[in-house]
Design a protein around this ligand. Sequence first.
Ligand code: SF4
Length: 308
Amino acid sequence: MGEFQYVFGPIPSRRLGRSLGISPLPKKTCNYSCIYCQLGRTDKMTNTRQEFYKTEDILEEFKAYLKDSDKFDIVTVVGEGEPTLCSNLGELICGLQELTDKPVAVITNGALLSDPQVREELCHADMVLPSLDAYNQEIAKKIDRPYGKIKFEEEFEGLVTFTKMYQGELWLEIMLIDGINDDKESINAFKELLLKLRYDRLYLNTPVRPPAEEGVNVVSEEHMKYAVETLGGISIEMVSSGSFFSEIEDDYEAVKSIIGRHPMNQFEVSGFLESRQVENKEEIMEQMKRDPEIAVIDYKGILTFRLC
Ligand code: SF4
């Protein structure tokens, strides 16, 4: 397969399965300069939406990719920057959907959700994964270091409005950083904010992969545990290491105990079983589908399991 400019992957992900990335803007073009960003400091800092690349060029490349392969579970508009900065985002999402039946997701820092046009465009996506790293302007300045004019309150109001109007799957993500937003007071502040939002899942993350900047540390296990319990979220680390409740010996019962606390999609169940070296993964999944205590939700071909 030839070299692509806009299409990359698919990258295996325990949350999204095989995720085929679409990068609609030049590297490190962002309205944030997060301290945990793996790309380093943002050199193309902007908050002005523009058409970086022509929609038709991106779609042509996607079409060329599809000729050779359909081995992916989801298309993710992500890029190495902030995709809502693309003024052709809505058009791009719809164009991708016309070319594939797989769900189209957008990963965003959420800064531009204060813009009604951005909210409307994102409504076309099958899944939206916005971040919420701060609970006030001061914390936003410490972690996300947003472009000058961006106000946390406006951003958050935009997120509230969006979560209420959006009909697709919404997965929120909070990045917890040691010593900045991981103490009890911070977690309780997040809890207050979350009450105002409508979302399907909450993922809690911490910079486990080394960020480009020094002094950015992972949160302690104790703080992550408090956050998981207080906010009802899922730790991404737990998802990727498959370390949920491993003290339960029986594999089937172990999965049931996890989905009793929060839903898991087919990729997460599969990853969890893999981490336990389970050979009959498919059988277990089939058993789950038949289990009257388990509800199976099919969203655009991706199954999510939860206890009834
Ligand atoms: S929003 Fe994403 S791309 Fe932008 S600085 Fe933060 S981590 Fe990096």
